[in-house]
Design a protein around this ligand. Structure first.
Ligand SMILES: Nc1ncnc2c1ncn2[C@@H]1O[C@H](COP(=O)(O)OP(=O)(O)OP(=O)(O)O)[C@@H](O)[C@H]1O
Ligand SMILES: [Mg+2]
Length: 702
């Protein structure tokens, strides 16, 4: 708390000084407003975004954004304001190329500037949700992110200096060594998480920063501090655009420009300081002593017109009547909004905006900002492997909890089948024991799904921002999980093998452990794939468990392979099932060369090979090593599938498939009416979407 006060005090002094600078610079800016400032611009022209209306009783497609045009200049910070649902996030998504696949957009979003000019760092987009590995501390999170992204030329010490500077910039020193927190660990506060998210964005000093509600969850002092830091970044030659809710008067003064939206329509675009004048000129002056932003939002938020009307009827001292001017109180907000939108369309602000865009378009070229990480592939691999390993070590839910269960099951199995021997009854008991061990080990693998999903969400966020490639994720994930899988297979396998006294001999013991390890690795890869494709933990556990059971079905656990229905279950499922290969391998490992007591005393001993063929219907045409090789092939196959899924997530995401499917069925019914209302012609397609210029792609769009 002391810390917040002191930093704020410093911030306010600096702020006052900045304000005097700001007055001068705003006068100067008027002069240079007609000139082109050096450095790339962000320009958007005639942006319209339409979503099909899925409500059955309404055929109209919904316009989320309507013909928006504007530009963001370097050295300036822009506030994107509007009531909830006015389209702020949608517009930022459009800038970053992250619109949902069901939304159709027309218009252009471009970065314009002199080729090779300016400080072209790239673009960063801070979304509303904060995604981190909860087991890491604030400092560790920023440090790993820095190692993944900054150039190899920077030494470790230089990176540490950069990290400390970023921590100080966002006022996170007091919690730098605190864990972030997850489902089982109480960590830093929501506001601190938000500041951490911003820290990760400013680390590499991108040229364009898009931030969706960076101050949500922050107290007013912290919000001021954060926006002040963003303003300093902007005034360092960068473009900062952030959506913001209810800023205080102090906070609003920090913004250079304002884009006010309501219901997807532009209400005001221009200098933030001139917005009050615009409202006054339009006939809705801001009451004295009122916060201008409160007034703006009250004027354009028509969501509560019905409630206000009801309150007005009930009480003469209505909310509107007491706090708003008479002219405002006599109109519904819907009317006020419509007047303001019309006034803006006909105003000199709109004309100047169009003129400025035309000027930028005629003098500047389309440029491409590269977002790619500057760290080498090998450094990324080492950093990601290290980070993943640290996370696995600290997260009890990742492996430790399962290991405890595995060990408990191993001891229980060992005691139930203790020193099983080679009696005639032991033939079936041995097979049952192995089937039980594998069945249980396989089923427990989905226990790690919540942790897998948490990690995958971080991968997704960072992959979207091009911090590293899919191959780095796949390999690092395998390498970091490798020691845990080895320890699990070794400890569980040794306990069971020693207690049950399976086939004696080191090579047989090694095969048992190796087989267990390969089987666990295949399921882990399979679960990683599931974690990647599902939208949440609940679906992950459901789908993961079903998949596991499905894969166990065509194995010796339930029925002899030879008895399986030929269609589907035997061909191809028994060949695809890892449980089938794993069990076949361990059966051979245990029984070939072993002799069992006959059913009738005095008869010759029963050979393991004969038992395998007659009782378990396992052909001996290939050795147990081929079974192990098949498991290894399945492991490679699953890892490669995981890699492909990471690369082409957009087209196979289960979530988006389900969504698009439901949307498609609705849309197809109204295709003709939709076509009439909104005809997306080839001519109106964006020439270059910002996303393609930046190398960004929508997570939902191929
Ligand atoms: N993919 C989508 N499909 C259909 N409608 C959508 C979609 N995304 C957003 N919308 C709708 O578009 C409108 C604008 O949403 P958006 O999230 O941009 O609002 P916002 O201004 O960011 O609101 P908030 O301040 O609450 O974050 C909302 O009414 C929302 O329901
Ligand atoms: Mg939003």
């Amino acid at each position: 708390m002391d810390h917040v006060c002191s930093t704020n005090a410093i911030g306010m002094d600096q702020y006052d000084q900045d304000q005097s600078d700001h007055v001068i610079s705003s006068m100067e800016r008027k002069e240079i407003n007609n000139k082109i400032i050096e450095g790339p611009y962000l320009v958007w022209e005639d942006i319209t975004a339409v979503a099909p209306n899925l409500m059955r009783n309404n055929n109209k497609a919904r316009k989320l954004l309507n013909n928006l045009s504007g530009y963001a200049q370097p050295n300036r910070i822009m506030a994107l304001m509007g009531p909830s649902g006015s389209g702020k996030s949608t517009l930022l998504d459009a800038f970053a190329g992250r619109l949902s696949p069901n939304i159709k957009m027309t218009g252009n979003v471009l970065v314009k500037g002199k080729k090779g000019s300016g400080n072209c760092g790239g673009i960063s987009y801070l979304t509303q949700e904060d995604v981190f590995l909860g087991t890491l501390t604030v400092r560790e999170t920023i440090t790993y992110s820095a190692h993944l992204r900054v150039s190899n030329k920077l030494s470790k010490e230089e990176i540490n200096v950069l990290v400390e500077k970023t921590i100080a910039q966002m006022g996170l020193e007091h919690c730098a060594d605190n864990k972030i927190g997850n489902w089982h660990l109480r960590g830093i506060s929501g506001g601190e998480k938000k500041r951490l998210s911003i820290s990760l964005e400013i680390l590499t000093q991108p040229h364009i920063m898009l931030l969706d509600e960076p101050t949500t969850g922050l107290d007013s002092a912290s919000a001021f501090f954060v926006v002040w830091a963003l303003r300093n970044i902007a005034h360092d030659g960068r473009i900062v655009v952030c959506s913001i809710h209810q800023p205080s008067g102090y906070l609003f003064d920090l913004f250079d420009d304002l884009f006010l939206l309501s219901g997807g329509e532009a209400v005001y675009f221009g200098e933030a300081k001139l917005a009050v004048k615009f409202f006054a000129d339009a006939g809705f002056p801001c009451p004295t002593r009122a916060n201008p932003t409160d007034h703006f939002l009250r004027c354009v938020n028509s969501d509560f017109d019905n409630v206000t009307a009801a309150l007005f009827l009930r009480s003469k001292n209505s909310i509107s009547g007491t706090t708003m001017s008479r002219s405002v109180a006599n109109l519904t907000t819907k009317d006020i909004k419509a007047i303001l939108i019309q006034k803006y369309k006909n105003s000199e602000y709109a004309t100047l905006t169009i003129e400025k865009i035309r000027q930028i378009n005629s003098t500047e070229e389309v440029i491409i900002l590269l977002n790619e990480s500057k760290a080498s592939w090998f450094k990324q691999l080492c950093t990601l492997t290290d980070r993943s390993f640290v996370n696995m070590t600290r997260d009890v839910g990742y492996y430790w909890l399962r290991m405890v269960f595995y060990l408990a099951v191993a001891v229980c199995t060992g005691s139930i089948y203790f020193e099983i021997g080679t009696s005639n009854m032991a033939i079936i008991a041995r097979a049952k024991c192995q089937a039980f061990v594998y069945g249980f080990m396989i089923c427990l693998s989905n226990g790690g799904l919540p942790s897998f999903i948490e990690e995958i969400r971080v991968y997704n966020r960072e992959r979207f921002k091009k911090h590293y490639g899919a191959d780095v994720i796949m390999i690092s994930n395998f390498l970091s999980s490798f020691p845990f899988l080895v320890v699990t297979a070794l400890s569980t396998g040794t306990i069971i093998y020693e207690m049950v006294k399976f086939r004696p001999g080191f090579s047989h013991y090694s095969y048992f452990v190796l087989n267990l390890f390969c089987c666990l690795s295949v399921i882990e890869s399979c679960m990683m794939l599931v974690a990647f494709l599902v939208p949440n933990v609940l679906m992950g556990i459901g789908i993961g468990t079903s998949l596991i059971v499905f894969m166990m079905m065509p194995s010796e656990i339930f029925r002899l392979i030879s008895d399986l229905p030929k269609f589907f279950w035997r061909y191809p499922m028994s060949y695809v099932s890892f449980a089938s290969w794993a069990l076949e391998g361990v059966y051979k490992n245990d029984m070939i060369g072993l002799e069992f007591d006959p059913l009738v005393p005095g008869d010759p001993k029963l050979k393991g090979e004969i038992i395998l063929q007659t009782i378990f219907a396992i052909p001996l045409d290939h050795s147990k090593w081929w079974d192990l090789t098949a498991l290894l092939c399945l492991l490679i196959f699953h890892r490669l599938t995981f890699l492909l899924a990471l690369k082409y997530k957009e087209s196979i995401s289960l979530h988006s498939k389900l969504y698009v499917y439901s949307a498609f069925t609705q849309i197809s019914k109204r295709f003709s009416s939709l076509k009439q209302q909104f005809n997306v012609s080839k001519r109106n397609q964006p020439l270059y979407s910002l996303s393609s210029q930046l190398g960004l792609r929508s997570p939902m769009r191929p």
